[in-house]
Write a protein that binds this ligand. Structure first.
Ligand code: 48F
Length: 255
């Protein structure tokens, strides 16, 4: 005899109610992070740990960005010694390769960043940021739609999410910065340069900053805006850039 304790309609109601509760709460966020790669996930985690309402929007089904495949699908990543404290914070294990280079498992790293960020921040997958909202020379929010709408070329209007600060963590695409540049002409992107791991790694952390009122950059987007070298499958710079952008936003929003 089958009991009636599990009900299909209750399952549907629970999903719809809880999802829209989360979405509604995110429509006026303190910080919105665009992109769920390493820099975005780390930023979301540290910002929410500091007590800010952080919403992260990722257009793909899975978060993790470029972590999963390591280098050329060899799913190990290198992290330099300067960034080990971020790995420790996320409880990611690593092996020493030499004094400066440490190796972590790409799947463990992606899983840990997603897990810890999801415990604190509001994470959304399948949401594509398609435009920026600007008022009086400042970014005030983002224009978003479900990814399948863009993929299937459906003529469906987007909705908007307000934010006091936006982080462009869309990696090589630098999507938000490119869109702002196109729509306002007020931001110039120099474009990512050749491979030079040391310069790239140092540069992405050093140049992590506010590039337009209300718009911050983290991760590879920093390289795209400031014309810095690429660095390949070493991830310390991404982690430290995510942590730094959280600190910059904290000091700005605290004022
Ligand atoms: O590319 P990605 O991992 O960015 P990151 O944090 O890290 C870069 C490294 O993975 C690697 C590297 C390290 O040496 O060079 O490439 O800078 O993650 C960016 C995420 O942003 C999403 C995209 O799907 C990816 O998961 N994204 C891009 N455009 C949009 C977006 C958009 N318009 N809306 C929402 N998400």
């Amino acid at each position: 005899m089958v009991s009636n304790e599990i009900n299909e309609i209750t399952i549907s109601k629970a999903i719809a109610e809880k999802y829209f509760e989360k979405l509604k709460a995110s429509l006026e966020s303190e910080v919105v992070i665009v992109g769920g790669g390493p820099s975005g996930l780390v930023a979301a985690y540290y910002l929410s740990s500091k007590g800010y309402e952080a919403t992260l929007l990722e257009k793909k089904l899975s978060l993790g960005g470029g972590i999963w495949g390591g280098g050329m699908m060899f799913n190990k990543v290198v992290v330099q010694s300067d960034a080990l404290e971020v790995l420790d914070e996320f409880e990611v294990s690593y092996e020493k390769y030499d004094e400066k280079h440490f190796v972590a498992d790409a799947i463990e790293l992606a899983g840990a960043l997603i897990y810890k960020a999801s415990k604190k921040a509001r994470l959304f997958n399948l949401i594509n940021v398609e435009d920026v909202m600007v008022r009086d020379g400042k970014i005030t929010g983002l224009v978003v739609n479900y990814t399948p709408v863009e993929m299937s070329n459906l003529h469906i209007d987007p909705i908007t999410i307000a934010a006091k600060a936006v982080v462009d963590a869309t990696g090589h695409d630098a999507f938000v910065c490119n869109m702002l540049s196109k729509k306002t002409g007020e931001l110039e992107l120099k474009g990512e340069k050749y491979m030079h791991a040391e310069m790239g790694e140092k540069g992405v952390v050093e140049y992590t900053s506010e590039v337009y009122p209300g718009l911050f950059v983290a991760g590879m987007t920093v390289a795209a805006v400031y014309g810095l070298p690429r660095m390949g499958p070493i991830f310390g710079g991404m982690l430290l850039s995510g942590r730094k952008v959280a600190e910059l936003i904290e000091s700005k929003l605290r004022i």
